[in-house]
Design a protein around this ligand. Sequence first.
Ligand SMILES: [Zn+2]
Length: 148
Amino acid sequence: MVTCERCHTPIPAGSKAVRARRGSGQTATICTTCAAELRSKGRVKPPPQQITQKAAAEPVKANNEDSGTRWYKTLGGGFVFLAGAILLYFQLSGLEAGTVSRVRVPWPIVFVYQMFGLWGVVSCFGVFALIFFGWGIAQLFGELGRGS
Ligand SMILES: [Zn+2]
């Protein structure tokens, strides 16, 4: 049995306990009656600004995902990684064969190359491509399933 931390009456199992923010920043479990009372008095602190901004940003993102079809963007990402894998394969194999003297790539790719070599880089990009392809196809079928 949960007891209200404000009025010290047991909260019935059917009734919902409320987590309220105290002035000290800790949360307290209170009954719905106390929650309504605190809310009307305005004693419950409003959430910090950061949370408010985050909450405001989230519905925008959710709306975009609902209204727009995203599967082609995900598949496009898969193609980008596939193209990257092919491009890096030719550049790095050229480097190893001595036909290319210098390859300019971002440092994470250099790191993977130094750790796992040419095929490490190519398979890394290939795995990302497969993830994006699988994800995009799943999104596509999900949208077809919804009938949109
Ligand atoms: Zn109470």
